[in-house]
Structures are given as structure tokens and as C-alpha cells.
Write a protein that binds this ligand. Structure first.
Ligand SMILES: C[N+](C)(C)CCCC(=O)O
Ligand SMILES: O=C(O)CCC(=O)C(=O)O
Ligand SMILES: [Fe+2]
Length: 421
């Protein structure tokens, strides 16, 4: 839906002045009274026409009725004209369908307006702003857990911060009370289940299924589940019982580190973006499902680059975990030494103090972060007598988190809201 805010702004903006075409390329040229122009492909106007023959729009669904099998992509317009004192472009099609395009509808979608295209790209809530220690210490966003639970605007602002900075914190849930992760999960929408269950618990356990459960030692910087081809995109941890000493949380922006390597150490960057690494995770985890103990045996194996680039050469995924890294390198033996040198340099950069965000989760605090962007760890800790450091946690995927942000922008009529169909 279009926010009232955007409609109000555009209503005040301008009226349609003229329409011409379509020309030989089947482009319709529109002019507004303020001198702005728009080039609209004729077939696109037919396809996106906001009328009930073209679209089904109900509270439960927005969907196109037309099928590509039957759609005539060469169809013509019988008549095009400006109506309603410049408020509408109308098109009567050969098929008899009548399309009515409000002026603001066309302005928002104007395919020849670079500003409109730029605004639309923000709907993906991407790209993010990367950081080093100094930047993130200034801008790390913290919200009240209590406010998050009752105020939709706080849910929006918290999740938006996670989209941009890759991390944000909720402070001050009731101390030592289980259920915070589930409650936050419900507010976000849907937790992503893994082979560690829906919600997992981090504490020192016998027969540990993971290094985080094995001891009170520190861990190396890692992303969770390099052993999966599709690791969860976000991770959340909630502090139930903090350590007496240590057990701090550490984060580093892997996208930022990758860009540092690209400029400061291009050979390492080249290796990490071209050599795929294998990871294995073999074992079992016992977790609860509906109050019953459940044992899940697994034998995970996946292979990917430490730094993955998209088609434009931009860094868009980081996966690395030393504990699950396998023995298999799938390259000439003579290249292996350099792969190790590259991993070592990457790790050294992760630990450089200019890059590291370090803070302590107090009892009742929660942190949510981008698991395919940030690497995380904890330092070693000492428990108070009889009080074992315990966190609960879960995972999410971006689609659910971003869907929630968009939904709230619509519901709360925030100015960042974007039109749907
Ligand atoms: C936190 N935990 C134990 C549920 C999963 C960790 C996955 C990993 O170590 O890569
Ligand atoms: O113990 C911690 O603070 C974090 C452990 C960890 O790496 C994880 O839960 O994924
Ligand atoms: Fe982890």
C-alpha cells in the first residue's frame, strides 16, 4: 500500500500536463505541470494497470490476474488521454479494459526518473553501512526490551538498525527469566530452526555438541554454521546468566575486513574470494521439541569461499569457522601454503583493535546480528559459584526480518513505506 504521507506529498506536487505516443519503440511520453517528464513502456502500463481486471487486491493477497501464456505483449491502446483536471492518465485498450493511472502513481513508478529508481532500491533494505570499531561504538543502537515488546515503532527501528549496521541490542528484559528469545521471535515473525533446535542454550555441558558448549574458554572469531550451504542469515543471543568475570561478546564487520584486505592485501583478497573452502560438522545434538528430548544426528558438509562477491564484485557474504574447517582443499598441493597464509591474514585483521566491537551482555540483554556479515566470538570467563554462564539463542532469515520492517512501515505509515503492486 502507498503511505498517506507519500500520497500527500505527491498530491501537493504536480498535475499531469500532456501525454504523447506511443512512439515506434512503444514508449508513452508523459509531461507534468512542473516540467518533469516520464517515459512509460506501453506494455508495462497494460501489465501494471491498477484495475480489478488486472489485479486481485484483498487484505490477504495482492496478485496479478493476467497470465503470461495469454498475455499479448504486442497489444495496442485504442485511446490515451489526461483526465480529471490533470489528476489521471487514462488508457482504453484494444481488449476493452480501461486503465486509470493517478498522477502520483506514475510519478512514484516513473521508469525514466533516476530518483524514483533510487528510492525503490531502498525497499531491499540494502546495501548496509559497514563499520570499524570507532564508527560502531558511536552508532550501535540499543533499545529497551520492554518497549520492543509493546511498541511497533521500536520493533521497526531495532530491525532497521540490524539491516543497516548488521547489529543492534535490546536491553533489560526481566533477569534470568526463560522465554525472552521466543517472545522476541514472535515479535519478529518466525524463528529459523536448525539442527540445534528452534531455541538453543549456550552453557558448558557434558558431551558438548559444539565448541561453545565445551568449556569456559574463549572462542575464535567465526560465523555460525560454515558447515551449511545455506547458513542462517541472522543470529540472536540472550543473556540469562552472565559470568562473574569475562565472557564478553566480540563482533567484527566481515564486510569491512574484506574491503580492508581488498585494498591493503589484494593477494589475500584474491585467494579468499576465489578458493572455496570445505567445512564439516559431524555429531549429534539433543534438544527439546514440545517438552520431549529429541536427538538429531547430522553429517553436514558444505563448501564456499570465505569472502563471496556478487555479480557486481561487491562483498555480500562472509563464512568462516576454524573449528569446522575440513581437511580437503581441492587444489594443487603447492597452493595450500598460500591458502593458509590468507586465512591467517584474514583472522589477524578480524582481531585488529581498529575493527573489533567488544561489549558485555548483562543479564536480560539480547543481541541480534547478521551472521553472513559479522564474525562473532566471546572471551573466556569465570563463573560465580553455582552460577553457570548461560545464554539462549536462535536464528532468523533476512526475508522474515525485512518483511517485518516493510510491514511496519506500511502499518505505521512511515515515510519510508513503498507501494506494493
Ligand atoms: C550456537 N550453536 C551451538 C547453536 C551453533 C553454533 C554453530 C557453529 O558453531 O557454527
Ligand atoms: O558464548 C557466547 O557468548 C557465544 C557463543 C557462540 O559463538 C554462539 O552461540 O554462536
Ligand atoms: Fe557462534
Amino acid at each position: 500500500m502507498l503511505s498517506a504521507h507519500i500520497i500527500r506529498n505527491l498530491r501537493n506536487a504536480s498535475k499531469l500536463a500532456s501525454v504523447a505516443g506511443p512512439n515506434a519503440d512503444r514508449i508513452v511520453n508523459v509531461k507534468w505541470s512542473d516540467g518533469k517528464t516520464g517515459e512509460f513502456p506501453l506494455i508495462w502500463l497494460r501489465d501494471t494497470s491498477p484495475d480489478p481486471a488486472t489485479y486481485t487486491i484483498s487484505p490477504a493477497m495482492t496478485a496479478r490476474n493476467l497470465t503470461m501464456l495469454e498475455f499479448d505483449v504486442e497489444q495496442k491502446a485504442k485511446k490515451l488521454w489526461i483526465d480529471g483536471d490533470g489528476d489521471f492518465l487514462k488508457i482504453e485498450w484494444e481488449s476493452g479494459v480501461l486503465s486509470t493511472f493517478p498522477s502520483e502513481w506514475l510519478q512514484i513508478r516513473n521508469p525514466s526518473d533516476q530518483e524514483a529508481r533510487k528510492r525503490r532500491r531502498k525497499v531491499y533494505l540494502f546495501p548496509e553501512e559497514t563499520w570499524g570499531k570507532e564508527e560502531i561504538e558511536k552508532k550501535l543502537k540499543r533499545f529497551s526490551h520492554e518497549e520492543f515488546m509493546k511498541n511497533d515503532r521500536v520493533v521497526h527501528d531495532f530491525l532497521e538498525a540490524v539491516c543497516i549496521d548488521g547489529i543492534a541490542v535490546l536491553k533489560g528484559a526481566p533477569k534470568g527469566v526463560r522465554g525472552a528469545v521466543e517472545a522476541i521471535g514472535d515479535r519478529i515473525g518466525m524463528i529459523k530452526r536448525t539442527h540445534f533446535g528452534i531455541v538453543f542454550e549456550v552453557s558448558t555441558k557434558a558431551d558438548a555438541s559444539n565448541m561453545a558448549y565445551a568449556s569456559n574458554g574463549g572462542l575464535p572469531f567465526h560465523t555460525d554454521f560454515p558447515s551449511l550451504s545455506h547458513p542462517p542469515q541472522l543470529q540472536m543471543l540472550h543473556m540469562l546468566q552472565s559470568a562473574e568475570e569475562g565472557g564478553n561478546s566480540l563482533f567484527v564487520d566481515g564486510f569491512h575486513v574484506a574491503e580492508q584486505l581488498r585494498s591493503e592485501n589484494p593477494e589475500v583478497f584474491r585467494i579468499l574470494t576465489t578458493h572455496s573452502m570445505e567445512y564439516i560438522e559431524e555429531g549429534y545434538d539433543i534438544h527439546e521439541i514440545n517438552g520431549k528430548e529429541f536427538r538429531f544426528d547430522y553429517d553436514m558438509c558444505a563448501r564456499h569461499k570465505v569472502i563471496r562477491l556478487n555479480d557486481e564484485g561487491k562483498v555480500n557474504k562472509i563464512q568462516f569457522g576454524n573449528a569446522m574447517r575440513s581437511w580437503f582443499y581441492d587444489c594443487e598441493p603447492s597452493q595450500v601454503q598460500n591458502v593458509y597464509r590468507a586465512m591467517k591474514t584474514f583472522t589477524d585483521h578480524c582481531y585488529q583493535s581498529r575493527n573489533v566491537l567488544k561489549f558485555r551482555l548483562e543479564d536480560g540483554d539480547t543481541v541480534l546480528w547478521a551472521n553472513q556479515r559479522l564474525l562473532h566470538t566471546r572471551d573466556g570467563f569465570k563463573n560465580a559459584p553455582g552460577k553457570s554462564r548461560t545464554l539462549t539463542g536462535c536464528y532468523f532469515d533476512w526475508d522474515i526480518v525485512k518483511s517485518r520492517v516493510r510491514h511496519l512501515r506500511d502499518k505505521l505509515e512511515l515515510e519510508q513505506n513503498q507501494p506494493s503492486a
